[in-house]
Ligand binder design. Structure first.
Ligand code: URP
Ligand code: ZN
Length: 438
């Protein structure tokens, strides 16, 4: 393997930024020094005027997610290709076993589906019911399969969701294994009650999706999970936080020293619930769970990021086409597949709306999209920063390049994007994964 030398880098890590040259050999960052003299045969890249950042880590994506409306529109190949183009070199997807399926059997078939993935890839193991044999399999996942995170849903009662009692047991076992539990916090019982009520009243248009899942159902679930953290001492990661009151709740828990981590996603930071006043066809695009919240929540999420209560910005990438997938539920919101996508644009969206709008520093940006997910999910010995000895997953970032998002030009596979027409600044010039220019 050839040696790669990046000259004149402005390295941006989550803790500091500095000028350096970087030598990469056999997939590893071998040397970082003020000046490294090239050797014959080295491949040299001049990064003058650009930034060099660690490859993005997106710890929450659903590629090829099976649903009643057919799988999410990006598979492991198209989704990972889009991720790489936008500067994400590592993904964490999910194994979602059926309720009576063995975790290890589901892991094997998920790995098979993911064979054509172009990024580094890890999995969270979904727990969709809890009993003694699942507990044994959880132990096996940690000890023999290198899986250190479990995903649970308090939402989706009728399919993959579990009860609070089951979650408590999952957290007890995870604590014993020093694993982390990611929780989708929405009170699924109450969501089902709301859905049935709206249905019986004939309120079925897409906008009622948001009415059926108000912010307090998220915050109530966050509160219960935090109580269980106090009792079990289990580390938890609250996925896609959307509500301001949830941020407040998480802040209090963190102040008490409880191991509660949190993520949000670009769509909760860029849109407000005004989107649900658009025509039904448009509203379909914004059907995700939890739904987009009010303006005050959106502002509180940005504050939660600035105050480092929210650790990570992931995408929850789970797109569905409008035609043939989302539109299945145009007359019954409960049938609309939930999810949206931004795997390709995450780094650039947060650079544009976070760094350039001075809400966060460049270092904090790197923390949110790479260093924090590496730390929380046990990868920081190898990933999440540009340091000697770490994996050579890095991005030469052009902070000046501007581009307009359009469904037509995007690599992620979907017939629309909620960010259509938005002009973003900042984009990868060169993407390097495991020392290879992708
Ligand atoms: O609407 C969403 N978020 N769809 C993806 C699955 C999930 O709930 O994370
Ligand atoms: Zn998700």
């Amino acid at each position: 393997m050839k040696t790669l030398l990046i000259k004149n880098s402005w390295v941006v890590n989550a803790d500091k930024s500095f000028h350096a040259d970087i030598r990469i050999r056999e997939g590893i960052i071998e040397k970082i020094e003020n000046e490294i003299i090239g050797r014959p045969g080295d491949q040299v890249i001049d990064a003058e005027g650009k930034w060099v950042i660690p490859g993005g880590i997106d710890p929450h994506v659903h590629l090829n997610l099976p649903t009643l409306a057919s799988p999410s529109s990006d598979d492991f190949y198209t989704g990972s290709r889009a991720a790489l183009a936008g500067g994400t070199t590592t993904l964490i997807d999910f194994v979602t076993p059926h309720r009576r399926e063995s975790l290890l059997k589901a892991l094997k078939s998920r790995k098979n589906e993911a064979k054509n993935c172009l990024t580094n890839l890890y999995f969270h193991m979904g727990i969709t019911c809890m009993n003694e044999s699942i507990a044994d399999e959880m132990r096996h996942c940690v000890r023999d399969e290198g899986i250190f995170s479990f995903k649970t849903y308090l939402a989706y009662k009728e399919s993959i969701g579990i009860s609070y009692e089951e979650l408590y047991k999952v957290m007890q076992i995870a604590a014993e294994l020093d694993a982390i539990v990611a929780v989708h916090c929405e009170d699924g019982e109450q969501v089902s009650i709301n859905q049935q009520r709206l249905k019986s009243e004939g309120r079925l248009s897409p906008g009622y999706h948001a009415i059926s899942r108000p912010a307090e159902l998220e915050t109530r679930a966050v509160e219960s999970v935090i109580k269980m953290v106090e009792a079990t001492k289990c580390r938890v990661y609250i996925v896609h936080v959307s509500a301001g009151d949830s941020v407040n709740m998480i802040m209090k828990a963190q102040k008490k020293g409880l191991p509660v981590f949190a993520e949000t996603c670009p769509h909760y930071l860029l849109f407000s619930d005004e989107v649900y006043k658009r025509p039904d066809e448009e509203v379909l695009r914004f059907i995700m769970s939890p739904p987009i919240r009010g303006e005050a929540d959106r502002c509180r999420l940005w504050e939660g990021i600035s105050d480092k209560i929210i650790d990570v910005i992931s995408t929850d990438h789970c797109p569905f086409n409008l035609r043939g997938q989302k539109d299945i539920g145009i007359r019954d919101f409960t049938r609309i597949p939930n999810g949206t996508g931004s795997i390709e644009n995450r780094l650039s969206l947060i650079f544009t709306y976070g760094v350039l709008q001075k809400r966060i520093t460049p270092e904090h940006w790197v923390g949110l999209v790479s260093a924090a997910p590496a730390r929380i999910f046990g990868m920081s010995a190898r990933k999440g920063s540009i340091d000697e000895g770490k994996d050579a997953d890095l991005i030469i970032w052009n902070p000046d390049y501007t581009r307009e998002i359009s469904a037509q030009a995007q690599l992620q596979r979907c017939d629309h994007t909620i960010y259509e027409g938005l002009t973003l600044q900042g984009w990868p010039d060169v993407v390097i994964r495991n020392g290879l220019i992708i």
